[in-house]
Design a protein around this ligand. Structure first.
Ligand SMILES: Cc1cc2nc3c(=O)[nH]c(=O)nc-3n(C[C@H](O)[C@H](O)[C@H](O)COP(=O)(O)O)c2cc1C
Length: 313
């Protein structure tokens, strides 16, 4: 399969394995790239020296292209960008920040830049900043999210109507059917997060992977809108937030409850009660933990079957 995105990244299938804090280290990224899609290391949960180690291990584990996702609001961004350049990484996905800040600096150093957005307005800003492609992520996605609650089904055609650069759809995509649907709506490719959390190669704690497999429809909700909206499993920590909301808390009080390292505690260390468990609505459709290569094969088989189905309608 060949289109603007497969050519941009030199990959076999138009699928991106999403950058995800505490989930997407070198093991997941290299397995994804070796399976014919684009693997991303999630720098958001890594100290600079840890990121360097993951990049070096990824280079040893795959000869294919891979990239790094950098949430720009995290500390040490400058150091992280310098490491990316020093280590010869050729693709960067930026998120959570202004795309103007780093795009041309990275491109001048030979790096392809993609920016993640959750609205038409921010997609156009990213295009204006000169990025090579945009990820438009709907409200159903796992992790941090937009404030406008625009779903993938509505966001993709609205972004497509105005954007001319390549468009990658994200949020709620775990099957080849959903991939085809978003491509019909105008996406050139898809970014898949939650499905790859429940993969053998993801660095999530086994207990968190099992929570994803056990999750049913309605198991997640967007919360902490006053800080940075995030979709979480409704566990004890989520209920503690809801309890605090009853007293009309200030953002400072919410911050205090959130504290530090909650996401690490939940997703990486497996504290299912007091940890932050980020996952998308599509967890309700994820029933097993599989190797990435098998997941990619399944998605592509479903995609081809869905194309035939559409042809038969
Ligand atoms: C556990 C988890 C952690 C995430 N961390 C990040 C991150 O560090 N940076 C980022 O840009 N997006 C992050 N996301 C969002 C993903 O990159 C991706 O866009 C999203 O998962 C797509 O929606 P889906 O989960 O429905 O597949 C995260 C998502 C999950 C589930």
């Amino acid at each position: 399969m060949s289109n603007r995105i497969t050519k941009l990244f030199n990959i076999q299938y138009p699928i991106i394995q999403a950058g995800m804090i505490w989930n997407s280290g070198w093991r997941l990224a290299s397995a994804s790239s070796n399976a014919g899609i684009l693997g991303l290391i999630g720098a958001g949960s890594m100290y600079p020296d840890v990121l360097r180690e993951h990049i070096q291990k990824c280079k040893k584990a795959t000869s294919k292209s891979f990239g790094v996702n950098v949430p720009m609001l995290y500390p040490n961004v400058e150091e992280i960008m310098n490491i990316i350049v020093e280590e010869g990484v050729k693709i960067v996905f930026t998120s959570a920040g202004n795309p103007k800040t780093w795009t041309s600096w990275l491109q001048e150093r030979g790096i392809t830049v993609v920016h993640v957005v959750s609205s038409v307005k921010f997609a156009l800003k990213a295009q204006e900043a000169g990025v090579d492609a945009v990820v438009a992520e709907g409200f159903e996605a796992g992790g941090h999210n937009g404030r406008d609650e625009t779903t993938t089904l509505t966001l993709i055609p609205m972004v497509k109507e105005q954007l001319s650069i390549p468009l990658i759809a994200a949020g709620g995509i775990a099957t080849g059917k959903a991939m085809l649907a978003t491509m019909i709506l105008g996406a050139d490719a898809v970014q898949v997060g939650s499905r790859f959390v429940a993969s053998e190669e993801s660095s999530a704690h086994q207990a968190f992977k099992q929570v994803v497999v056990d999750a049913k429809e309605g198991a997640t909700q967007l919360t902490l809108k006053e800080l940075a909206p995030v979709r979480l499993i409704k566990n004890k920590f989520f209920n503690d937030i809801q309890e605090l909301y009853k007293s009309a808390p200030t953002p400072e009080q919410l911050k205090e409850l959130l504290g530090r390292a909650r996401a690490k505690r939940g997703m990486f260390e497996g504290d299912l009660e007091d940890g932050e468990l980020e996952i998308g609505q599509i967890a309700g459709l994820i029933h097993d933990i599989k190797p990435v290569a098998e997941l990619v094969n399944t998605i592509m088989t479903e995609f081809e079957d869905a194309k035939r189905y559409v042809g038969s309608l």
